[in-house]
Design a protein around this ligand. Structure first.
Ligand code: ZN
Length: 257
C-alpha cells in the first residue's frame, strides 16, 4: 500500500515537473518570438553586378585595340615576383607592420610573400606593387584605425588580382598606339577605374570597420579635392559606394553581396 502511495506521489511529482517544464518551454518560446529580429538590408546591394559591368566595359574597350583579357592576365601572372626572403624597410613602424600583416591575412594573403617598403613622397597613404606594398608613413599615421585597415585591404586586393602587373602589360601592348593617358576615355583608364572600384568594394566588404574606413577615406578625398587623375573613379561615386556598403554592413551581420 505504502509503495503504491509512494508511486502515486512520485508520479504526481513527475507530472508536475513535466508540466512545469512545458510551461517554462512555452514561456521561452513566447519570449523568443517577441525578441527583436535583426533586419536584413532593405535594398539589395548588387556590388558584384556593378563590378561585372565595369569589367566587361573595360575589356570591351581594350578588345577594340585587339587586346585580349586572357593573354594579358596570363602574361601579368608570369611577371609576379616570388618572395623567398621578405624585405621590410627599417622605417616601417612595428605597429604598421602588425596591422599590415593582420589585414593581409584577413584578405587571404600570406604576409611573408609581400615585401614592405616606405615611400617618401606620395599623394596616397599606400600603394601596391609587384608582391610588395609601399607605405607613406606620414600620411598613413594621420589616418584612423578603420581608414588604415581599409587602405591596406584595398592594396591587398590590387595584389591578389595582379592589378599593377595587368596594367603594366596593357601599357606595353598599347605603347605604340600613343594613347592619351590623361583622357577619361583612354581604354587603360576604364580598366584602372574598374580595378579601383573592385579593390574598394572587396576591401570594404571585409567588415564594418573596413566599410567605415572606406567612408572616411572617400569623405577625405572629396573634402581635399584630391587629384588621383582619370585612372581613378570620381570621389563622389566612391563615397556613394562606401555609404551603401557601410549601411548594409551595419544593418546585417552576414555582410554584403
Ligand atoms: Zn587603388
Amino acid at each position: 500500500m505504502e509503495s503504491i502511495h509512494r508511486y502515486l506521489k512520485y508520479l504526481a511529482i513527475s507530472v508536475s515537473a513535466i508540466a512545469g517544464l512545458l510551461i517554462i518551454g512555452s514561456v521561452i518560446t513566447l519570449t523568443s518570438s517577441k525578441a527583436p529580429v535583426i533586419k536584413a538590408p532593405t535594398k539589395t546591394i548588387d556590388s558584384q553586378a556593378f563590378l561585372d559591368e565595369k569589367e566587361a566595359e573595360a575589356w570591351a574597350q581594350l578588345k577594340k585595340l585587339n587586346i585580349d583579357k586572357a593573354t594579358v592576365v596570363q602574361k601579368a601572372q608570369g611577371l609576379r615576383k616570388k618572395i623567398t626572403k621578405r624585405h621590410i624597410d627599417k622605417s616601417i613602424a612595428t605597429s604598421t607592420r602588425t596591422l599590415v600583416d593582420t589585414v593581409l591575412t584577413q584578405s587571404g594573403i600570406d604576409p611573408e610573400t609581400i615585401a614592405l617598403y616606405h615611400r617618401e613622397k606620395s599623394y596616397s597613404a599606400a600603394a601596391a606593387g609587384n608582391s610588395c606594398l609601399y607605405i607613406t608613413q606620414d600620411i598613413f599615421n594621420g589616418l584612423t584605425q578603420q581608414a588604415k585597415k581599409f587602405v591596406i585591404g584595398h592594396e591587398a586586393q590590387h595584389i591578389i588580382n595582379s592589378d599593377t602587373l595587368v596594367l603594366q602589360v596593357v601599357e606595353e601592348f598599347t605603347d605604340h598606339l600613343k594613347l592619351n593617358p590623361t583622357s577619361p576615355d583612354c581604354p587603360i583608364n576604364y580598366l584602372s577605374r574598374f580595378f579601383e572600384f573592385r579593390a574598394d568594394i572587396r576591401a570594404a566588404s571585409l567588415g564594418a570597420e573596413f566599410a567605415q574606413g572606406y567612408v572616411e577615406r572617400a569623405h577625405g578625398w572629396l573634402k581635399n579635392n584630391a587629384d588621383f587623375g582619370t585612372c581613378h573613379p570620381k570621389h563622389a561615386e566612391r563615397l556613394a559606394w562606401a555609404q551603401k556598403i557601410s549601411g548594409s554592413v551595419n544593418q546585417s551581420p552576414v555582410g554584403v553581396a
